[in-house]
Design a binder for this molecule. Structure first.
Ligand SMILES: [Zn+2]
Length: 286
């Protein structure tokens, strides 16, 4: 009980400075009940003295580098009433593609609308749990693909990460989850895995919160279309390829050489093989 109390107090102190991240919000929610118990406990002074003589097993998680929220460079409109009409780019296939992106960018969070936009990049994370940090938080060996425009969230391969799971789990468990990246956090803890067992240390790691995305199904798409026709404001952000303006899609810059019949060619620094990837937000209208 004593250790639990200290852990909860530290967790809530840490989350107070991290309320903007999903990690912090979650920690606060988990800590609510024990903190109330703490307030009614009479001998607070004696408690902290006793704890000092024990091994410090507290866990402190603080934001180290905040996430870069998904941000679109340009916007465009997708008009539902134009779908499959001659002379317009709106097609059933394009709608399906954009809805798939929309479905993976929204997480189900119990809001009145039944979903809300994710504030971080979503990734499929494969993991093996290494240490239990309490409150469904785990240190894990994980792997995930790069995501976001121009791979803002770099891929992880056999990388230590911090996961906040939806359900209790135990060390050694392996699995796959849809995780929302919530930035890099500093974790102060006492390691209990070899070769670091018993060492008190701080490590900085990527952090993910397990979440559920909207269902990417024909029924989900139909609901989505109905919602837009009823006036809901929806948008999806996708990476689109455009021909490079600087080199005209050639991929190389051509320069005339004095006294030479051949031009000098230098690779264009603004594109990859003549293409630039631009993050585009598509807004849906009836
Ligand atoms: Zn170029």
């Amino acid at each position: 009980m004593i250790k639990r109390l200290l852990l909860v107090l530290l967790a809530s102190a840490a989350s107070a400075s991290a309320q903007t991240t999903a990690f912090g919000t979650k920690a606060t929610a988990n800590a609510t009940v024990p903190v109330e118990t703490a307030a009614t406990a009479p001998a607070t002074k004696g408690v902290s003295k006793a704890v000092e003589e024990e091994v410090d097993n507290s866990v402190v998680i603080t934001p180290f580098r905040s996430l870069t929220p998904p941000e679109a460079k340009t916007t465009r409109t997708f008009q539902l009433s134009k779908v499959n009409k001659l002379g317009f780019t709106e097609t059933t296939k394009e709608l399906q593609r954009l809805y798939s992106a929309f479905a993976t960018q929204r997480i189900i969070d119990g809001s009145p609308a039944g979903s809300s936009k994710a504030t971080g990049y979503l990734a499929t994370v494969n993991y093996a749990l290494v240490q239990d940090l309490g409150d469904n938080r785990f240190l894990a060996k994980a792997a995930w693909p790069a995501s976001g425009p121009n791979e803002v969230l770099a891929a992880g391969a056999d990388t230590m990460a911090i996961l906040l799971l939806e359900k209790p789990a135990k060390v050694g468990d392996t699995g796959k989850l849809t995780g929302m990246h919530v930035g890099t956090v500093a974790l102060l803890f006492t390691a209990n895995y070899p070769p670091l067992t018993g060492k008190r240390l701080t490590i900085r790691r990527e952090a993910f919160v397990e979440c559920a995305t909207l269902e990417n199904s024909p029924a989900g798409l139909q609901k989505f279309v109905e919602a837009i026709n009823a006036g809901a404001e929806m948008s999806a952000t996708t990476d689109e390829q455009f021909p490079c303006k600087k080199c005209g899609g050639f991929g190389q810059i051509r320069e005339q050489q004095k006294g030479s019949l051949t031009d000098k060619l230098t690779p264009c620094t603004e594109c990859i093989k003549g293409k630039v990837i631009v993050s585009v937000e598509t807004k849906f209208v009836p």
